[in-house]
Every structure is written in C-alpha cells, then in structure tokens.
Design a binder for this molecule. Structure first.
Ligand code: ADP
Length: 171
C-alpha cells in the first residue's frame, strides 16, 4: 500500500485516522484544525478539553501526538499533533519529523489500517512546502507496508511539490 497523494480536503477522507495539524492548546484554530473541528462537531473538542484537564494541563507539546474520536468525520479517530513554527532553525526539523513518527505510532497502537496526513506546519506555521514534504516523506519512510498512508494536499501547488519529492526528483 505505502504512501499515496491526493489533492483535496482532509475532512472528507474516509480513513481510519485523520491527522490534525493542531496547536498546543488543543482548542482548535485555523486551517486544518478549524476545518476538522467544524466538520467533526463538538465531540472532538469535548475530548480535547478532557485531555487538557488530565494528561496535558499545559497543552500538547510540539512534536507529540494524541488521539480523540473523529466525531462526525468519516473516520474513526483524529490524531492531533503540534508542528513546530518555522524559524529556519534546523533543529526544528526533528520536531516536524517527530510529528509524523509519533502520529504513525499512535495510529499503529490504535490498530488503524489507513491514515490521512496534511502537510503539517506548512500553513499558518510557515514551513516551506518543499522542505516540509521532504521531512514528511523521510520520516514516514519506514512505515509498514500494510498501512495505507494518504497525504492530502489542499492545492495543486502543494500536490505537485509532494509528487516531485516522492518521486525522488526534489529530494
Ligand atoms: P500549521 O499551523 O501546522 O501550519 P495549517 O492548518 O495552517 O497548519 O496548514 C497546514 C497545511 O494544510 C497547509 O499547507 C494548508 O494549505 C493545508 N490545509 C488547510 N486546510 C486544509 C484542509 N481542509 N485539508 C487539507 N489541507 C488543508
């Protein structure tokens, strides 16, 4: 199965787990986060609030991931992960890679057979798309073959960049 690319809206994906480019508050925001909470309904926010009261009183740290219900989305779980804000500092690439790897680990713990990722940190958090694609595809390089991993790119430009990096031409 491996990694596939689609252009579209991550909230419309019929997969077991949808990854959310969240922020550390877990209370929603713009971009993917806003779309997931809007389409997924209040059950997701209720579980996020519960996580803040219990496991993450100071918020979900950058590079980590945690699952909730997917509410009304056509998925079973949302895996929330907090990407780093882009600063040009190379050490932040490890945090971005960690988002992908920890989200994958959470999906495997849940027994997901398919998952959808957005291009984490490449929106409001400012990460350049091509470098974001490289980090993403490298980080998921060791994913098991029996897990379907779908990257959902919002526009044609992002799709083309991911396609180039995946095919090795931009790596
Ligand atoms: P971050 O804060 O991690 O940068 P954003 O949600 O702002 O996260 O953006 C991450 C990427 O997801 C951007 O490339 C953005 O264009 C894209 N994006 C925004 N909304 C959606 C959506 N509904 N489905 C898929 N991708 C989206």
């Amino acid at each position: 199965m491996g990694i596939t690319l689609v252009q579209g809206d991550i909230t419309a994906q019929h997969v077991d787990a949808v990854v959310n480019a969240a922020n550390s508050t877990l209370y929603g925001g713009g971009g993917v986060d806003g779309a997931i909470h809007r389409r997924g309904g209040p059950a997701i926010l209720a579980e996020c609030q519960q996580l803040r009261r219990t496991r993450y009183p100071r918020g979900l740290p950058t590079g980590e991931a945690v699952a909730t219900t997917a509410g009304d989305l056509p998925a079973r779980w949302v895996i929330h992960t907090v990407g780093p804000v882009y600063s040009g500092d190379d050490s932040r690439r490890d945090l971005l890679a960690s988002c992908y790897r920890t989200s994958l680990a959470v999906a495997q713990e849940l027994g997901a057979g398919s998952m959808a990722f957005p291009a984490i940190s490449t929106g409001i958090f400012g990460w350049p798309m091509e470098d974001g694609a490289r980090v993403a595809l490298e980080a998921l390089g060791g994913a098991p073959d029996d897990l379907e991993i779908r990257f959902v790119l919002f526009d044609a430009g992002a799709y083309a960049i991911f396609e180039r990096v995946l095919s090795g031409r931009g790596a």
